[in-house]
Design a protein around this ligand. Structure first.
Ligand code: ADP
Length: 479
């Protein structure tokens, strides 16, 4: 049986800041369903130590340069039982705040150390130097936090006997793990690796660049994003390397957790529905309007938005376009946190439009499900979107997505069939798409057909897991 280590800095339900956690929480289970012995590796944050079942020590590393003694624990994921290895190193991992930032939103000063350790342990467990009675045949790395692992494997100079081939998956190229060049030595990278053919990126050390350079294969989370990142606009400075490596660059669209996101059984919803009986959706809308102090108008088209509030998400275009919704009697529900300027713009919009706009600034999983169920349309005007998940949740919940033609949004929403896709990266293009959506909404028959088409699409993980399995086979054949 093929063994696979899935190294990640976040995984649902233990810890989540974004889509990576959803993928890490679901893909390993789907891979196990295909007969691959996939195990997770994650840092021992407090919520991980609390949440992993049957956690017990399985090994100690005494000689990792820069770290002293590090304990390796093993247990199982609380929901699906996937085996998980946890790095127990309280000095770097046990602290208040999130996985990357402290409670006041500042990046931790020791992030290079925190994630170099994750990368080091990932590399060791994917080699003959593994101290436990299991080693990975393949290492699957995710985002910059695990980017040094392929470098450690390739540069070990024999210390890691028979290293596994590695796959580096980009979930978002905008985050690159950039640190000063004087970290190269302390992090146990050879000085010779600090060059354009190595870990160097515009004079600094980049963890992501290391992964993209040394991994045996690269993937990203949609075919369109795989193309887009080879160009200057979305390549974030990595386009040259990615173009050079395009023969080893694959796009695989994320699946969604169809048990967690199931409108006929979702425990977060006050009423349930399915493509065969949609009355529950109307009642969810009524309940949400009441909860959020929106006018109790069953016929008002209700637009939803759930997002990290960052520049990436194109929310300035939406704020400029809000009148297109409101002037035609629509309502808008926003849930998100992020940049203070965007947060206050939505707060202001809500304050100026009582009963018609609601803005919840915060992170609330239950409310996110209730918005998906209640809304008629869902907005994702992202400037770029590697994959995006909410448009798929929306399709499954009979909520018609209005999206920018970028990345995974382009690959999962079909214009005029399951949703509305606008091409130009401009507010007026979003406005035009909102108008098209409202025109179709007014035509009950056409609207019903669109909802039905979306609800019948299959976004389960099985298909994507099969594509990853094919990629792993290719890597093993190559190794
Ligand atoms: P990204 O990874 O760029 O944040 P994705 O669409 O891939 O974007 O994934 C975002 C995930 O986080 C989705 O599951 C979305 O529902 C969830 N999410 C984002 N913001 C919030 C919030 N404020 N409250 C609840 N869930 C949120």
């Amino acid at each position: 049986m093929t063994t696979l280590l899935f190294a990640t800095s976040e995984a649902r339900p233990l810890i989540k800041t974004g889509g990576l956690a959803d993928v890490s929480g679901a893909l390993p289970a789907a891979l196990r369903g295909l007969g691959i012995d996939c195990r997770l590796l994650i840092p021992g944050y407090q919520s991980v130590l609390n949440g992993v079942r049957n956690l017990a020590e399985v090994a100690r590393f005494n000689d990792l340069k820069g770290f002293g003694e590090v304990r390796l624990l093993a247990g199982e994921m609380p929901d699906n039982g996937v085996p998980v290895y946890v790095i127990d190193y309280p000095w770097h991992y046990l602290r208040a705040g999130g996985p990357y930032q402290d409670v006041s939103g500042h990046d931790y000063p020791d992030s290079a150390w925190r994630f170099a350790l994750l990368s080091r342990v990932a590399a060791i467990l994917s080699s003959d130097a593994s101290p436990i009675d299991w080693r990975a045949d393949i290492l699957h790395c995710n985002d910059w936090q695990t980017g040094l692992a392929p470098a450690y494997l390739k540069l070990s100079g024999g210390a890691l006997g028979n290293p596994a081939p590695s796959l580096m998956t980009i979930h978002n190229l905008a985050y690159q793990g950039i640190f000063p060049p004087n970290m190269v030595g302390p992090l146990d990278l050879p000085v010779s690796s600090f060059g354009i053919g190595g870990v160097e990126y515009y004079g600094n050390l980049s963890f992501l660049k290391a992964g993209l350079y040394y991994a045996d294969w690269i993937s990203t989370v949609s075919p369109s994003y795989a193309e887009e990142i080879q160009g200057p606009e979305l390549g974030m400075g990595m386009q040259g390397l990615l173009t050079d490596r395009r023969a080893q660059l694959t796009g695989i669209v994320n699946g969604i957790d169809i048990l967690d996101w199931n409108p006929s059984a979702d425990p977060h919803l006050p009423h349930h529905f399915s493509v065969r009986g949609m009355a529950g959706k109307k009642r969810c809308k009524q309940a949400l309007q009441a909860d959020l102090n929106l006018n109790p108008d069953a016929d008002a088209p209700l637009f939803g938005l759930i997002s990290r509030l960052t520049y990436q998400k194109g929310l300035d275009w939406l704020i400029d376009s809000a009148s297109a919704i409101l002037d035609r009697g629509g309502q808008l529900v926003v849930l998100g946190t992020g940049e203070p300027g965007i947060e206050s713009a939505f707060r202001d919009l809500a304050a100026h439009n009582p009963g018609r706009v609601s803005a919840t600034i915060g992170y609330d999983e239950g409310l996110s499900h209730r918005i998906e169920a209640a809304a008629d349309m869902f907005l994702m005007p992202s400037r770029f979107e590697p994959c995006g998940l909410n448009q798929m949740y929306s399709l499954r919940y009979g909520t018609v997505p209005v999206v920018h033609a970028t990345g995974g949004l382009r690959d999962t929403v079909e214009d005029g069939v399951t949703g509305f896709v606008f091409q130009a990266a401009e507010a007026h293009a979003l406005r035009a798409a909102i108008h098209r959506a409202l025109d179709t909404f007014a035509d009950a028959k056409a609207w019903k057909a669109m909802i039905k088409a979306g609800m019948q699409r299959d976004f389960s993980w099985e298909k994507s897991a099969g594509e990853y399995a094919a990629l792993y086979r290719r890597l093993l054949g190559q190794a």
